[in-house]
Design a protein around this ligand. Sequence first.
Ligand SMILES: [Zn+2]
Length: 159
Amino acid sequence: MIDTILNEWWPETLHPDIREELGLERLVITRRRRRDQQFTVDVLENFRYSCAMCGFHAVLNGQATGIDAAHVRWHSADGPDALENGIALCKLHHWAFDKGILAIDDANVIRVAGAFVTQVEGGLPLESLAGCPLATPPRSLAIAEEFLEWHRSNVYLGA
Ligand SMILES: [Zn+2]
């Protein structure tokens, strides 16, 4: 039941944080919801299997690795499995995007929430993105502004 609620309301990247905050780590048996496989393939191809934010691209045994096809408007918030609602992101930037630390403005420029603070160089892969254009622009179909706007209004922690 916990799993059902988590899947219903939040993207999977945030489940570990929520479980930890509620002390649920030991109670939850993770069962991944079946996603539209075609969505994943289409989105990753649209971004050349590279992170839209940083350009990260890596291959392990002939397969792209460390990269996800993320929903801009969350699947749990009725975001469709559609190419114009998808963005390819590395693990770090997927988490930061779902967490509301990163957003994309209407000119395809990356924003970083002012509330995000880092004091070590390890935080630079997030902080240094502020004001940068997407490292990997979509090849065939742009992300629809309505979904980017939903993300800025409902997820992004900045102004
Ligand atoms: Zn990245």
